[in-house]
Design a protein around this ligand. Structure first.
Ligand code: ATP
Ligand code: MG
Ligand code: MG
Length: 414
């Protein structure tokens, strides 16, 4: 479609799309974005096929599909009904001679996967009930509206305190989660989330959070071919937002990291379609693992692969998976240690400038610094960029060298 180059239509054009475009350009792959006119991905990448509008608008999704060889998503909160319809019935396109034809671009990952993952409760029921018997935190559906209060009381009886009340759909960066410490919190929780479809999770007393990116490939008939995991990383969340990522995880035994990779592959093997996926996990005191949730797309915890697995970053992996190009059998880091620091907007639009100035000025024999800004306006708490630091020593030594960066990242949040 793109003068012989494959065209991937992407629902969404934020920073994930922007970095997907950065991986696609040198490979001669065109990415057309459906998002508002000045979305971060569109600022950085030209295409005559970009569509202006919402990735939730069925008509716009069809318009994008009509000009794409493949469809994919950078966000899971999209209209899966229209994706299902496009897969089953195609979209009408007008050929150069004026006649019409039906066009059905393959959709990866599958709309079935996206639909399942959209509902965090159903997502985890699926994992728990699968043949692989994936460990998840115990969970219970919770009534919304007038019945919510009684329902919360029943959850408390079964789980005890604290427990986590979560919106089933649409949440990100913890904005749909409410930690309930006692019955005194019921009222505030109901006023925050009470109208939404809800569920509750037993509190997971984790000592670490890990994340594993997995590349899933399958043939065009939908038969699973491979699940390949990137190295396990440690994620640090502050105020429910991921702020820092460490590879390898600090203070986690190698066998636990390897167990996490195997478990993540088991999780992703139960889904449908090709692509990269993030599996978020909790490590408990006894080193056992619990799956928190899955993202069906490149993920914040995978940004570190751009520099640490440079021959096959999560974005290149996504392109290769969608197009069904050969993927490596092993994803081995090219540096022994790396740290990713999110740049979150601070109290003023310039709060992060000290940090970006430092990132633009440091060179070292034993630490490399890579700044990524997303072209987004700074707002408090908003992800506007990230910095990856790679090192040739242990993660503990790299953390020491990265201290000035970490301090500035922490200062912005205060
Ligand atoms: P994301 O931005 O990753 O999509 P989200 O809004 O979907 O986030 P979750 O991943 O469900 O939210 O939870 C956010 C964070 O809250 C987790 O990373 C973890 O720190 C904490 N958390 C979530 N569930 C539990 C639980 N059952 N027990 C303890 N802590 C939890
Ligand atoms: Mg989530
Ligand atoms: Mg999460």
């Amino acid at each position: 479609m793109g003068g012989g180059n494959p065209v991937i239509g992407l629902l969404g054009g934020g920073q994930l799309g922007r970095m997907l475009g950065e991986a696609a350009n040198p490979l001669g792959i065109e990415v057309a974005f459906l998002d508002e006119k000045h979305a971060p991905a569109k600022q950085a990448h030209h295409s005559a096929r970009h569509v202006a509008g919402s990735f939730k608008d069925p008509a716009k999704i069809r318009e994008l599909a009509a000009q794409s060889d493949y469809l994919s998503v950078e966000i899971e909160h999209v209209d899966t009904e229209v994706l299902e319809d496009i897969e089953k019935n195609g979209v009408e396109i007008v050929l150069s001679d004026g006649s019409t034809a039906t066009h059905s671009p393959p959709i990866h990952p599958s709309w079935r996967t996206i639909r399942l993952i959209q509902d965090k409760y159903l997502q985890k029921e699926h994992f728990r009930e699968s043949e692989k018997k994936i460990p998840i935190a115990e969970q219970l559906a919770v009534e919304s509206g007038d019945a919510c209060l009684t329902s919360l009381g029943e959850v408390a009886e079964q789980f005890g305190f604290p427990f986590m009340l979560k919106a089933r759909k649409g949440s990100y960066d913890g904005r749909g989660n409410f930690k309930i410490d006692s019955a005194d919190d019921f009222e505030a929780a109901i006023s925050a989330l009470g109208k939404l479809p809800l569920y509750a999770e037993k509190w997971a007393p984790f000592v670490k959070e890990l994340s594993v990116m997995v590349v899933r490939t399958e043939d065009d008939e939908g038969n699973l071919r491979s699940c390949t995991a990137y190295p396990t990383v440690e994620t640090v969340h502050e105020d429910s937002v991921c702020t820092k990522v460490y590879m390898p995880p600090r203070g986690v035994a190698d066998d636990v990291s390897e167990k996490a990779r195997a478990l993540a592959c088991d999780v992703i093997s139960t889904l449908w379609g090709r692509g990269v996926f993030a599996v978020e996990l909790f490590v408990l005191e006894d080193d056992s693992l619990v799956v928190n949730e899955v993202a069906p797309r490149p993920h914040n915890s995978g940004h570190i692969t751009i520099e640490s697995v440079p021959y096959f970053s999560q974005f290149k992996a996504q392109l290769y998976a969608i197009l069904d190009l050969p993927a490596p059998e092993k994803l081995t880091p090219r540096v022994p240690a790396a740290i990713m620091l999110n740049i979150l907007g601070g109290a003023t639009p310039t709060s992060h400038h000290k940090l970006t100035r430092l990132a633009r000025s440091v060179y070292g024999d034993d630490m490399d610094v890579y700044l990524h800004l997303y072209g987004k306006e700074s707002k408090p708490g908003r992800k506007i960029g990230h910095i990856t630091l790679t090192g040739f020593s242990t993660i503990e030594e790299l953390e020491e060298k990265a201290r000035p960066f970490i301090q500035l990242v922490d200062e912005i949040r205060q």
